[in-house]
Ligand binder design. Structure first.
Ligand SMILES: N[C@@H](CCC(=O)N[C@@H](CS)C(=O)NCC(=O)O)C(=O)O
Length: 310
């Protein structure tokens, strides 16, 4: 775990000391879009996703790539789940691909191709342009909208997971789901102060109770179809019982204790192509093996049994 400072890799864990034991996520640096007449235009085969199968943010982009029929138009490289002294790597691991474009060893080398003296954390996902050899965007919330909107004329898939009339409600749901659930599990798991941890857990479970109440009334978070709000929540839910409940100490309840939410999670898991994007080995291995300050033995737990989701 570390970051690039003026183009040099520094092995440094998140600094929670200066924020009273609180984990504070930094904003993503590269925020371009793909549009007609812009620097980046939609083209089949031009773009590439760098992802980790362990990462909930990257997982959003893989699901959108499936649901928008983009698998043959946007290629993918999958990093190793182990993120240690050199951050994400392309070292061999079952289910990883290596860097299929350049054969690099480390993910930070992709960021250095973009800018040799860059100062940034080296995160996934990254949407990469093979033509200009530049990062289009490294913020998953924006990448999924690009995939939702920009390639429709190429794929002929016009399904819309961020429909105009539902945008205000999707934005509203995204906000608290992000703060209290998606990022909430990290706030609990990376807290280095008891009170900070407990406050994060309280907020997390209040938000999960709110989701459960909503799903008792309706099949999806917003409206009666799947939207990006569901995709964003799903990638946290699917990791919850295996990782966040134990490793991040979010252990008041599991998702399988919430009837409507558990059913909803399984419904999304069973959508065409979604199970293929979900790799429980990478998920468990990444968190338990990489976060050595939380789990110094690097022993990875055996459960839970996810065969029931199928
Ligand atoms: N806001 C970013 C966050 C991405 C992110 O934090 N990814 C994690 C993996 S789950 C990462 O690469 N962390 C490495 C680091 O923080 O150094 C997004 O949603 O795309």
């Amino acid at each position: 775990m570390g970051l690039l400072i003026n183009g040099k890799w520094h092995d440094k864990w998140y600094d929670t000391a200066k924020s009273g034991g609180r984990f504070e996520r930094q904003d993503s640096l590269f925020r371009n879009t793909i549009e007609k007449g812009g620097e980046f235009e939609a083209e089949s085969g031009r773009y590439h996703l760098y992802v980790s199968l362990a990462c909930p943010w990257a997982h959003r982009t893989l699901i959108m790539r499936q649901l928008k029929s983009l698998t043959s138009h946007i290629s993918v490289s999958i990093v190793s789940p182990d993120m240690l002294d050199n951050g994400w790597t392309f070292l061999p691991y079952k289910g990883s691909t290596g860097d299929t474009l350049y054969g690099h060893r480390y993910m930070y080398e992709i960021y250095l191709r973009q800018q040799a003296d860059v100062t940034t954390r080296v995160t996934v996902p990254v949407l990469w342009d093979k033509k200009t050899e530049r990062i289009v965007n490294n913020e998953s919330a924006e990448i999924i909208r690009i995939l939702n909107n920009s390639f429709n004329d190429i794929t002929g898939n016009y399904s819309d997971f961020y429909p105009e009339q539902l945008r205000p409600e999707i934005d509203e749901v995204n906000q608290w789901v992000y703060n209290d659930i998606n990022n909430g599990v990290y706030k609990a798991g990376f807290a280095t102060d008891q009170a900070v941890y407990e406050a994060a857990v309280d907020k997390l479970f209040s938000a999960l109770d709110k989701v459960e109440a909503r799903l008792q009334r309706q099949a999806f978070l917003v409206g009666n179809h799947l939207t990006e709000a569901d995709i964003r929540l799903f990638t946290t839910l699917v990791r919850f019982d295996a990782v966040y409940h134990g490793h991040f100490k979010c252990n008041r309840k599991q998702i399988q204790d919430y009837p409507a939410m558990f059913d909803y999670m399984k419904r999304i898991y069973r959508l065409d192509g979604v199970a293929d994007t979900t790799n429980m080995d990478h998920i468990k291995r990444h968190y338990y093996y990489s976060h050595t300050m939380i789990n110094p033995t690097q022993v990875v737990p055996v459960g839970p049994d996810v065969s029931l989701w199928k």
